[in-house]
Design a protein around this ligand. Structure first.
Ligand code: 8GT
Length: 128
């Protein structure tokens, strides 16, 4: 099983979502940006590092949501979600095909990576 941290990043009351490129696994699916934990790396350090690497911004982590464990068949993932806020920097995509800043209610309209669906649902139930 791979451990992947991801971040629901709030920027001026909107939620940042990113689209995987054609070349990545789960091509064109929407996800919360993030990536695999490295050895001896904390979940918080991981998400900050991945967000800086992938979308060029610095974040402050606010809270954690429930992990989502999902079996894609060819790999199994433990997805570790955090809510975070944007601190510094402009969005520059290093790997993703696209991004959007959406209202909470708009999140349900996307073609999500399957493992993200329980996270989207938990997030939608929160007061924010
Ligand atoms: N970053 C991220 N990855 C997710 C999410 N949901 C989900 O199933 N994944 C899967 O978690 C895996 C690890 O993410 P990653 O983006 O660091 O992996 P990677 O660079 O090795 O992916 P790649 O092999 O497609 O290039 C990917 O296979 C991705 O499909 C999510 O919300 N965010």
């Amino acid at each position: 099983m791979i451990n992947v941290a991801c971040a629901i990043i709030v920027i001026e009351n909107k939620i940042l979502v990113t689209q995987r490129s054609e070349k990545m696994k789960l091509p064109l699916k929407w996800e919360f940006p993030g990536g695999k934990l490295e050895e001896n790396e904390s979940e918080i350090d991981c998400i900050k590092r991945e967000i800086k690497e992938e979308i060029n911004i610095e974040i402050e982590v606010l809270r954690k949501l429930s992990n989502s464990i999902y079996d894609y068949g060819n790999f199994k993932i433990n997805l570790i979600p955090f809510i975070a806020k944007h601190i510094l920097g402009e969005i520059i995509l290093a790997e993703h095909k696209d991004y959007k800043l959406l209202e909470k209610v708009e999140l349900l309209n996307l073609d999500w990576a399957e493992a993200d669906l329980p996270i989207v649902e938990e997030f939608l139930k929160l007061e924010l």
